[in-house]
Design a protein around this ligand. Structure first.
Ligand code: 13P
Length: 248
């Protein structure tokens, strides 16, 4: 399976910046053997979709960063999965640790959002990962196992991203052995939860991925790609990570 390199722009990017970044990413996407995805703020999805549609080379897919579990209704400030689809997204990140922390999202909320995303034609990327305290206690597998069991429907056919909370935006990453061990654990959990279909789910690594560590991380067994935050805001860095995927 091709690796997926996904950029989570988080709450960054006014229209002009987003347009320029999307243009640079699209212009550098030629000849990559991985799939590329950018997840901009919802306000610029239409703009990024226009840029990508006009690019001459390999398509760059577009995703949202969250959606509501309901299809429509009285939910001020929220966006439905169908709205993201309508704007040009075909993917959505769900259950990111920043959503779990900032908006108290539980596994059952994430589960409901996965169902809503799939119903609207979006492929979900479900994020899981332990805090530093949980890892220091040796509870990382229990935490991630519970997040997977609680967040994924039994017919889940999306992508999982393992993002240790303490590695996000800190410049710190787990050891290669720890990443490999967690990805093996997640694969086993997916097979238990989903049966043979669990073999087809890509498992991305996220947390301080940058050009200097991408090749080593992407070469690890069961690492199906990367979910990149800060480095995805610099087209040259994001594309360098994508080229590391190609070589993996
Ligand atoms: P950083 O790459 O900035 O650590 O962010 C990772 C992340 O949260 C991607 O979703």
């Amino acid at each position: 399976m091709r690796q997926l390199i996904a950029g989570n722009w988080k709450m960054n990017g006014l229209l002009a910046e987003a347009e320029a970044l999307a243009e640079d990413v699209a212009a550098g996407a030629e000849g990559l053997s991985c799939d590329l995805l950018v997840c901009p703020p919802a306000t610029v999805i239409c703009t990024v979709a226009d840029v990508v549609a006009g690019a001459p080379f390999a398509p760059v897919a577009i995703g949202g960063q969250d959606c509501h579990a309901a299809a429509s209704g009285a939910h001020t400030g929220d966006l439905s999965a169908a709205m993201l689809r309508d704007a040009g997204a075909t993917w959505v990140i769900l259950g990111h640790s920043e959503r779990r922390t900032d908006h108290a999202e539980t596994d059952s909320v994430v589960h409901a959002k996965v169902l809503a995303a799939v119903a609207a034609g979006l492929t979900p990327i479900v994020c899981v990962g332990e805090t530093e305290a949980e890892r220091l206690d040796g509870r990382q597998e229990a935490v991630v196992g519970a997040q997977l069991a609680g967040s994924l429907p039994v017919d889940f056919a999306g992508v999982v991203a393992y993002e240790p909370v303490w590695a996000i935006g800190t410049g710190r990453t787990p050891t290669e052995a720890d990443v490999a061990a967690m990805h093996a654990f997640i694969r086993a959990a997916l097979l238990r939860h989903l049966g043979e279909a669990g073999r087809l789910v890509l498992i991305l690594y996220g947390g301080s991925v940058k050009p200097s560590n991408a090749a080593a991380l992407l070469a690890l067994p069961e690492v199906g790609g990367a979910l990149v935050g800060g480095a995805s805001l610099v087209a040259a860095d994001f594309l360098a990570i994508a080229r590391a995927a190609q070589a993996a």
